[in-house]
Design a protein around this ligand. Sequence first.
Ligand code: GLU
Length: 510
Amino acid sequence: MSNRNSVRVRFAPSPTGPLHMGGVRTALFNYLFARQNGGTFILRIEDTDQTRYVNGAEDYIIESLKWSGLEFDEGPVQGGNFGPYRQSERKAQYREYADMLIEKEHAYFAFDTAEELDQARSEAESDGRTFSYDEHTRLSMKNSLSLSSDEVKKLLQDEMPYVIRFKMPEQAEAVEDEDMIRGKVSFRTSDLDDKVLFKADGMPTYHLANVVDDHLMEVTHVIRGEEWLPSMPLHVLLYRAFGWDKPVFAHLPLILKPQGKGKLSKRDGDKLGFPVFPLEWTDPETKEVAAGYREDGYFPEAFINMLALLGWNPGTEQELFSKEELVNAFSFDRVNKSGARFDPEKAKWFNHQYLVNKPDEELAGLFGPVLAEKGVVPPSVDHLTRIVSLVKERVSFVADLWEQSAFFFVAPEEYDAKVAKKRWKGDVPAFMGQLADFFDGVSTSWDADSLKEQVSALIQEKEMNFGGVMNSLRLALVGGSFGPDLFTIVEMLEKDEVVSRIRKAVEKLG
Ligand code: GLU
């Protein structure tokens, strides 16, 4: 048995589809809290709802968290002393706990059929009320509180389908609990209904399985999304009914749409062109593919950094945090109660920062496969490293390095018409021919500084407009008005290529 004082937290996703980025943030905050406290980070798969089970979702969740760099100490992959870590494999134990509550008179059998429940609902509706299975109605329903024990025995013997419901305390009372983010949370038991704990299919509901497992796995802190806040009262009461110590709760703020009201959804991503899932996801039924941060070219460190600041802030201007820095800086005191608005541009900004801060050689290595895909024979590592260093400030993703540096590998086929119209006119075309001849005749060392000096002298001698020539030379070499320092490009393309590109432009542009 572990030491009760050591922090144990869990991430408890249901494999009902791909993991939303909000889920990754929940896992991240659990992870940071565990690491900060030298605690244990657990993955528990909550797969008791057979009807919502989606093939491949569990593997997807595990792969996503691995890519994000959130390593678990215990879980279905690595095991641990509190396993199994899949609720479907813990099935046998839940009934025992439901029975324990029945014995303590905190739960009861309910035999109401779907039709009977519907009828109760519509009767209430016709009176202008909403039906709630609670202390006011339970005795008029078909359950082990309203029926005699013989009747109940008979129904059980006849294998009449039933559920097990929690019996809300009869004395209305106010219950209070502390949430690490929200502070005091209070609720009245009279506002709550008798929730189903155990279903007719022999499976526990989320509430029962979640509380039983958190207890058995000795979870000390339950850190989860705000959407579970409404479940907190029932969970608190369940701990009390069992007579167990309850964990400390923390309900994280929602991640909001970039614009407008509400929770960030896949639809927002589709509409505005950003991923909401860590990895690409192919729906097993529709085969529809949803974008992923990984496939879109995000670095996992950037993704995690961005997520950490959705709802948490360090209280300083610092925005860039390594995982280790996050472990040190994170605290629930600085997690907001209100929702955190997601900004896709900011996500790109984070990736840009991580890209720029990566060593050029590393980026060159990452760029290699992109070049291969474009059919480019990769240049030497040194040359590629230099190219990357020249253009990396201009991009947010490795794949975009191509757009900014393609001219280093292939001569432009087309020229920016606007630039050509503005610059390639008057005596410029004729001069460009002379410039090609000049470059062709250079016999001194081929380096940016000395070439620049010599070309400047030539421009002066021929009384040409310096800017016009420079823009036209750039147009001939790169096809437009973009790119790094012009003479650095000249130097790196080398003599033959420079001469041939200028001659080609003279031919094509006239
Ligand atoms: N299975 C729940 C989910 O899918 C777990 C919620 C909790 O952490 O209690 O998020």
